[in-house]
Design a protein around this ligand. Structure first.
Ligand code: HEM
Length: 495
């Protein structure tokens, strides 16, 4: 991959590099990658005068370590990020400093509570066994092509809502119920991308006039508010029902030794008993839905896409699963094999497949930080107070200087130790998909468990056939979804 100077953005008088980025906005991640290759992992870009757009764009691991770990207090998310994601305002996803530390501490203890982990595992496993696999078996028996991205989006939406509210909205179903709230979440991420790319005065004017993407976002807010209110109501009803049942059971069983504590639900809302229906709670719930749903749903789709191009890797995954499968009996009408999260936890090659997908297709393709005080990057670049730093995770995973000359090949082996039995250590400033430093993702192990459960169960029971003539490309959004989805057909495996 020689340095191609023809892709470098033209530095126009007045408009600077703004036109080059606007022309390539439909393909921004790949365009940025080419520019970062051409300019040695870092460059500076300015918007038109008066817009305050002063960017330093990087995918240099040494700079990443400096920004996310060594000097991270100097690189907060910043006020502009908060206005861009005003929907998540005041939550962990937009704040810094002590406020972030307090919210993070609380959420970390909620997500690492063993009862919460057990409940998340059970929800995922049951959803795969009772809904996902039978639905896929039906698709296979009727030879119906379907969009993996839509299916995974429905699946993850149900799981994220269940872990938040303890209520299953039931979007993953043969009847394909309307997915307005899913579309609304996607709109939040698409309009977020648009806001990142535009001078803030432009999108703020559009918001004031309620036109274009801002109008779409306004409608999305209304849909999401309605959805969250409905989920809270359903949660209340279901909890009342549960309590009634428990009381009846207590009357019947005079030897009941359980405490009230043990009867409490294990969804996330139960850990926030002082819930009030205000803007902050709304923002927290939306933030959680975006963190837990979009990331995994998107990654699962890219995994199936990559595996479809690499049947040899599918065979290796099946060989790794075989010792577990050979001790089990298939269940259900369609005789399918389901794998317990605990059984597949230690599968090293399957984890390498997830990481290899996240390297090339990180669901959060870029991070945005602000410079609090003038600083010099390890690369030697100076940054000034108020500058915006964009870190391209998408490009970082595709740099020859970081991953070697096969950086564009899909090769899970690169994650394995020499004997293939363990994972190789790769520092998070090189593999940034789950973020790095004190703000590293809090849901990494939950995500790995859910993705492994889905991939192992689907690959063991089905062969995946990709429909021809598709154009696979990322959508311009803050989440790396596919623009046109990914259509496949399934065939039940004979065993
Ligand atoms: C493939 C799956 C996932 C990926 C690639 C991923 C990636 C990330 C990234 C890049 C961030 C930093 C975001 C930012 O700074 O703006 C982040 C933060 C976070 N993630 Fe994840 N995530 C995944 C799944 C999850 C899940 C399932 C949960 C919850 C169960 C979760 C909870 C969080 C939380 C709470 C934060 C905020 C941490 C903080 O700001 O201190 N993530 N994640």
């Amino acid at each position: 991959r020689s340095k191609n100077t023809s892709v470098l953005p033209t530095n126009w008088p007045i408009l600077h590099m703004f036109p080059s980025f606007m022309v390539n906005v439909h393909n921004l991640h790949d365009y940025l990658t080419l520019v970062l290759i051409g300019l040695g992992h870092n460059f500076r870009a300015h918007g038109p005068p008066g817009t305050g757009m002063r960017f330093f764009i990087t995918c240099d691991p040494a700079n990443v370590r400096h920004i996310f770990t060594t000097n991270y207090t100097n690189f907060p998310k910043g006020a502009e990020f908060v206005t861009i994601f005003d929907i998540k305002g005041g939550t962990l996803f937009t704040v810094d400093g002590e406020d972030a530390a307090a919210q993070r501490g609380k959420l970390k203890s909620v997500l690492s509570n063993p009862r919460m982990i057990a409940s998340t595992e059970a929800c995922c496993r049951n959803k795969v066994e009772n809904i996902l696999l039978p639905l896929l078996a039906y698709m296979a028996s009727t030879g119906t092509p379907f969009d993996v991205q839509e299916l995974m989006s429905r699946f993850m939406f149900d799981l994220a809502t269940m872990s938040l509210f303890g209520v299953d909205p039931g979007l993953l179903s043969l009847d394909k119920p309307p997915m307005d709230a899913v579309v609304a979440l996607n709109t939040v991420m698409e309009v977020g991308f648009f806001r990142h790319a535009m001078p803030s005065c432009c999108w703020k004017l559009m918001r004031w006039l309620n036109i274009g993407p801002e109008r779409k976002l306004c409608t999305a807010h209304k849909v999401l508010r309605r959805f969250l209110v409905e989920m809270m109501e359903r949660r209340k009803m279901e909890m009342m029902e549960r309590r009634k049942m428990e009381m009846m059971e207590r009357k019947i069983n005079t030897y009941h030794f359980g405490s009230d504590d043990e009867q409490d639900g294990v969804d996330i809302m139960s850990s926030y008993p002082n819930y009030v229906d205000d803007d902050l709670s709304y923002a927290k719930n939306i933030g959680y839905m975006l963190a837990a749903r979009d990331t995994i749903g998107t990654t699962l789709t890219w995994i199936f896409y990559n595996l479809a191009q690499n049947p040899n890797i599918v065979s290796i995954i099946r060989s790794e699963i075989w010792p577990i499968a050979s001790c089990k009996v298939a269940s259900g009408v369609d005789a399918m094999m389901i794998f317990e999260p605990n059984e597949i936890k230690s599968l090293v090659y399957l984890r390498a497949v997830l990481y290899e997908t996240l390297r090339l297709y990180p669901p959060a393709p870029f991070e945005r930080k602000t410079v609090a005080a003038d600083d010099i990057m390890p690369s030697g670049h100076e940054v000034r107070t108020g500058d915006t730093i964009l870190i391209s995770l998408y490009s970082l995973g595709r740099m020859e200087g970081v991953w070697g000359n096969d950086c564009l090949d899909y090769n899970p082996d690169r994650w394995l130790s020499e004997d293939g039995n363990n994972l190789r250590y790769v520092p998070s400033h090189k593999f940034l998909a789950f973020n790095s430093g004190p703000r590293i993702c809090l849901g990494k192990e939950i995500a790995v468990m859910q993705m492994k459960t889905v991939i192992a169960s689907v690959l063991w029971n089905f062969d995946v056939e990709v429909m021809e003539g598709q154009s696979i490309q990322p959508k311009p959004s803050c989440i790396l979804e596919m623009k046109n989805g990914f259509i496949v057909k399934l065939k039940k495996r004979e065993m």
